[in-house]
Write a protein that binds this ligand. Sequence first.
Ligand code: AMP
Length: 459
Amino acid sequence: MTKFTDIDLRAPILRAVEEGGYESMTPIQSKAIPIVLAGHDLIAVAQTGTGKTAAFSLPLIQLLLSGEGKRKPKTVRSLILAPTRELAIQIEENVRRYAKHLHYKISLVYGGANQNPQIKSIALGVDILIATPGRLLDLMDQGHIKLHEVEYFILDEADRMLDMGFIRDIRRVVQKLPAKRQTLFFSATMPKSVEGLANSILTKPERVEVAPTATTAEKVEQHVLMVPKNMKRKLLAHVLSDEALKRVIIFTRTKHGANRVSRNLEQLGILSSAIHGNKSQNARQKALNEFRDGKIRVLVATDVAARGIDVDEITHVINYDLPNEPDSYVHRIGRTARAGATGVSLSFCDHEERNYLRDIEKLIRQKIPLMDNHPFHLEGMQPADYADKDDDDDDDRRGPRKGTRRGSPHRRGDGQKSNGSKNPSNSRRPNQNANYNEDSGSTNKKKNKNRKHYRPSKA
Ligand code: AMP
């Protein structure tokens, strides 16, 4: 069952889907939609990029048809809770597209914006409310929104909600919902804490799971570039000098890091914008729009700000810093290779980040191929050789993770020794050949000679 016409969706919804250019369902859609239409609670393990928004909104739009016109002032028939403003905005855009041939009242409330237009938009009641937790609770506390009429409750990106510390907010919201409701729970990952939350708010849920992290990661052509920390800036300039990097998101771990990278790019004459939690909602939205419209080539973002960003045709994701949470890596690289497209990710890894790299490779169950044909390739350096000289990137970095043995670098490649293979087919997994040697300081230039050159190198 892969076509939308194979499931029991009403004509106005099918028409909107067709007009959106969707030909067949994605796996999460073909699994989840029939379950939701049948009235079951649902746990769906799916990431952004899998088509999950349509997986919950299409059946929701259909289910709401049965009570059309039932709106009462200040009440909500269905509530979609999302962790960030950006994600909430995107969900709203999608829902509006899918419901464009129907007459629903759809509203959006999120923080960092004037609340008055939001209050006005819900005054007469809404069919579908998309909200971030903080602003929703604010408006509830002020008596502008009442949740006792909610028939359908959707929690999106539950794992990120918990990461962002929204657990108490979610519980407060759930307390106000009627016990008789249908609940859909979407999360990219299901650690115990998330499972616990799911158990406490769902009733006899069906469970579907698609694109485990490894599968998503496989769609992206990934590379890791070993580089001394104080050379990352130059490496970035080098990499971006290739015009094949048309639309690029650069990730940094911190807000300061994002600002700094954006400033550096400005000095290089590369148009970019930074988005992170310290930027006003308007500034973030403006940056996103400019990026979407192709007015700026590069967006610099922190993990939280970038969650759920839905911009098509991002050609490259650059991890200027490696994330200290391996899950974030998968989310980051998932910004490219969306909806079946392919994409490239380039991860800059300095000496202190090798533990992060190891954790990421463990999670995605693959070695990330090493790209060493760049001028700043770090081979066999001891930490003292490239201690911070001209870069202050570290001032807001969290310290090395527990177990990082500074000054006694562990070998990457799980102790595999170089086999000296010159077989070009091996060059796609060069790090399995341990082609750089942290311990001896030697460079394996001979071996590297046969290495395939990857984008974005022009060599
Ligand atoms: P999501 O995972 O909801 O963020 O969706 C990722 C992207 O896939 C969005 O740009 C959607 O518009 C797009 N999309 C969702 N479902 C389909 C589909 N069945 N066919 C093609 N594109 C889709």
